[in-house]
Design a protein around this ligand. Sequence first.
Ligand SMILES: Cc1ncc(COP(=O)(O)O)c(C=O)c1O
Length: 382
Amino acid sequence: MSGSLSGLYGGRGAVLVSGQGSRVVDSEGREYIDFFNGHGAALFGHSNPELLAALQAASRGLWSVGAGFDSPVREELAETLGGFVGGGRVFLCNSGSEAIEAALKLSVALRPGRSRIMACRRAFHGRTSGALSLTFNPKYRMPFKALTADVEHHNPEDLPGRIDENTIAVFVEPVQGEGGVYPLPEGVGRAISESCARAGAILVADEIQSGMGRCGAMLASMLTGLDPDIICLAKGLAGGLPVGATVWKDTLGDFPSHSHGSTYGGNELVCGVAVAALGLIREKNYATHAAELGALLRSSLEQLGESGGKRIIKGVRGLGLMVGLELDVPSIGVVKALQARGLLSLTAGPRVVRFLPSYAAGSDDVFKAVGIVKETLAGFQP
Ligand SMILES: Cc1ncc(COP(=O)(O)O)c(C=O)c1O
């Protein structure tokens, strides 16, 4: 008997075998501009030399010692991440969903006697039971209703009026990704932050896709008026290796002892690469690069809309290197057609094509990619 992978993901119809910087190559030798980057995890592009060196160095040491032992590299990572909230504590895990689960459990532990948990309409926070409860799309959530917790989903602008003294936590993506690439308006973010602070509700920013400089600042919260008590990170944190982090303000408190844990979380191998990745963002000023390149991509796509593509392009949204192109045709067909012409992207809902370029991308990639979008859309009718 032989085995095969679950059909969960559908097929992209290509075998990617190598990559360098912003480009990947398939088994037939075809090169693609990669604006997909493994769902945004390969934030530094492919085969980044500094991250490769960090991985090689880490691989020669202990790979896993277990969370109960002190580990200098894990502590170095926690120190840097804790700085994101002006002095914080950190729980390390292996994925975005796990970082969200930890934020949920921590919030519940720290607000006994309260019962309301809130998230936004269109939100995506992952697919494990707690994270799935926060995810809005009924297509993902309803078949597993027996497993999920009660969460209220509100429009972001309505949240400030709903938060009260019975609210445990409010989960917000500074820029919604899967839901359609919607940046949170700064005024709304500020009102949510103020309302949480007034009611003593815990504000959780899901920075799993938007964080690590991608949106033009280390955290997209800084650009969208959010002052989170807890931050969830994953994806680019270790340049594409499996990692997640839940970071919270020291003043909030801590988990009750032994109330949560992870075998692999905070392993030395991944921590070594994450420390190098965080160093690179600062040294190379990647957040500024992300802001500039993202602005170029958005304005180039907007120009396409103004010249011939107007019938199909309904809007361009985003922040930094998280860009959404809203169309008048189903996005899945366009994503496939872009791939056939050498550009990798992903959907963000039924009518939005999402681009997640890496820090390795430059203006030449943007111009080439926008040329491919132009040629591709010429073949579609609204
Ligand atoms: C905003 C956000 N939250 C949570 C997740 C879940 O992360 P993971 O797939 O690593 O569990 C994702 C993944 O796409 C995400 O984009």
